[in-house]
Write a protein that binds this ligand. Structure first.
Ligand code: ADP
Length: 163
């Protein structure tokens, strides 16, 4: 049977516990999950794409069917190139909805064969984001409830904060 491959795309600057929850749950539903980091040459992140990939890899090292990659260009073209016919996105609050609707409808216009599935965020992660983690870490706050421990360490070291 054909492998069911799904892509979880995002900036992951850096990966949060909310992202990780979506990855773990999706990995149970598909044969293979590609966590795909968007390489956006115009938008500089706090972490380089290589650093983001290393942080994700360390977070998912015990899940066998998860691969971590980067991509640039159109997401639907990238999906096609790796034979993935599903995009999985996490949905936090109503505020995510409008943007996600636009994204999905654009991707559908570009390639009708690729479906987008939305997974509701676990309640405890509904209000967390990469930007919130960066904001709190910058001022030395404890971000271990927002991001995995090794990511918290990486954030503090970016901001030269000794813990
Ligand atoms: P983007 O720049 O594409 O929004 P992000 O890295 O912020 O990329 O998010 C990638 C995916 O993870 C998106 O589908 C987003 O909705 C989802 N996501 C972000 N934060 C959370 C969270 N706390 N819980 C679950 N999903 C989340």
């Amino acid at each position: 049977m054909k492998k069911r491959i799904a892509v979880i795309p995002g900036s992951f600057d850096p990966i949060t516990r909310g992202h990780l929850d979506i990855i773990i749950r999706s990995a149970k539903l598909f044969d293979e999950i590609h966590v795909s980091v968007l390489h956006n040459t115009k938008k500089e992140g706090l972490f380089t794409v290589e650093e983001r990939i290393a942080l994700i890899e360390a977070a998912v090292s015990d899940i066998k069917n998860v691969k971590v990659r980067y991509f640039s260009g159109l997401l639907v073209d990238y999906c096609q190139s790796i034979n993935a016919n599903t995009i999985v996105r996490g949905l936090r609050a109503v505020s995510d909805f409008e943007y996600e609707m636009q994204l999905t409808s654009m991707n559908k216009k570009l390639n009708d064969e690729i479906e987008t599935l939305y997974m509701m965020t676990n309640n405890q992660y509904s209000f967390i984001s990469s930007s919130m983690a960066k904001e709190v870490a910058k001022f030395g706050g404890d971000v271990t409830s927002i991001v995995p421990n090794h990511v918290a360490e990486a954030l503090w070291s970016k901001f030269d904060i000794k813990k």
